[in-house]
Design a protein around this ligand. Structure first.
Ligand code: WQD
Length: 336
């Protein structure tokens, strides 16, 4: 049994990762400040797996507490999800994003190094492919960003590459997520952002449950099959399982690897809307709205490297993702 620390482990993707780690029999400690999640996630993780992860409630920006945690605990590896992640908000609050995401990560890496823990799987994002690459995106493409959130992901990847270059004892895998959606089949954990969702599927889910009136489709004049934006949607459970494969790879390999986690398939906004209609059994209202600044037309992964290095590939199709999302929304409404 390894002791894995999951920063942001009470969040959407982090909680699904904890479930898979506990199912595998690992010892898990969630390190979270609950700024964008709830301790209830730990109740749900325990209900699903029968095991409650340990909790270290702290902010990664609190250097003293981060150091104290790693000095007091033997940690085999870290899966690092904790960070602010709203693209639009990052444009409004760049300094908060750079402080939270970069300072937090620096404190984490320094505390790990000082206590002999040099294995990390980092939650990166396809957003680092920026505006100048053409899909399918491969890991060797140049990275950039179009917003402070994306720059923090790119900068953290750079920090990690430089750390590995200076100390060959480190094992680092930066997983570049495409568009994680869906929920655990139990319906006990899923995506439930605070306020009005920025992202497509949680917004569509709120339209389906009737708490939002209709979907605004941000542009139907892109150079795509139906004119709406194309993305690579991946089931959050497939994504979580990819992290366990990345931990196995990191345990056996030193150095830095950036690896895409995506299906390799693109789906348009209208494809998603229609799949969600099929999942919930309702017609979902929408209106065509102007393009959203910063959006690209098409984004989807080249998934070969994950298959070759991690022996991982996504399993679930878009309808399954929408069905699991809708099941979670229904369970949430039933439980109040
Ligand atoms: C998907 C498509 C929109 C909302 C971002 C981040 C990425 C990751 C996921 C954190 C686009 C369209 C959306 C709506 C719409 N975040 N859309 N109406 O922008 O691909 O990725 O979120 O890790 O890093 O960049 O995801 O779900 O916001 O948009 O028409 O109300 O849906 O234009 O084509 P995106 P998204």
């Amino acid at each position: 049994m390894a002791h894995i620390v999951v920063t942001g482990g009470a969040g959407f993707i982090g909680s699904h990762c904890c479930v898979e780690l506990l199912k595998k029999g690992e010892q898990v400690t969630v390190l979270d400040n609950f700024c964008n999640s709830s301790p209830e996630a730990l109740d749900a993780i325990e209900k699903i797996t029968g095991v409650r992860p340990a909790l270290a409630e702290l902010d990664l920006c609190d250097e003293e507490k981060v150091n104290a945690f790693f000095a007091a605990n033997t940690v085999d590896a870290v899966v690092h999800f904790a960070g602010l992640k709203a693209v639009g908000e990052s444009c409004r609050m760049p300094l908060a994003y750079y402080h939270n995401n970069l300072t937090g990560t620096l404190n984490l890496l320094r505390a790990m190094a000082a206590n002999g823990c040099k294995t990390i799987v980092f939650s990166s994002s396809a957003t680092v492919y920026g505006m100048h690459n053409n899909a399918p995106f491969t890991e060797d493409m140049p990275t950039s960003a179009t917003n402070p959130y994306g720059w923090t992901k790119q900068m953290i990847e750079q920090m990690l590459m430089d750390t590995v270059a200076a100390d060959a004892a480190w094992s680092v895998v930066a997983l570049r997520y495409f568009n994680p959606i869906g929920a655990h089949p139990s319906g006990l954990i899923g995506e439930n952002p605070n306020g009005i969702p920025n992202n497509l599927v949680p917004y569509v889910a709120r339209v389906a449950e009737g708490t939002l009136e209709r979907l605004s489709v941000y542009g139907d004049d892109y150079d795509t099959p139906d004119g709406t934006g194309v993305r690579d949607y991946i089931h959050v459970v497939d994504l979580a399982k990819g992290h366990l494969c990345a931990l196995d790879y990191a345990a056996a390999h030193k150095g830095f690897e950036a690896i895409n986690l995506g299906t390799g398939n693109g789906a348009s906004v209208m494809d998603v809307l229609h799949a969600y209609e099929q999942a919930c059994g309702k017609t979902l209202p929408y209106v065509i709205a102007p393009r959203r600044p910063g959006d690209i037309a098409t984004s989807f992964a080249a998934p070969q490297k994950a298959k070759e290095l991690l022996h991982w590939e996504a399993q679930s199709d878009l309808l399954t993702m929408c069905r699991d999302s809708w099941n979670y929304m229904c369970r949430r409404q039933q439980n109040g």
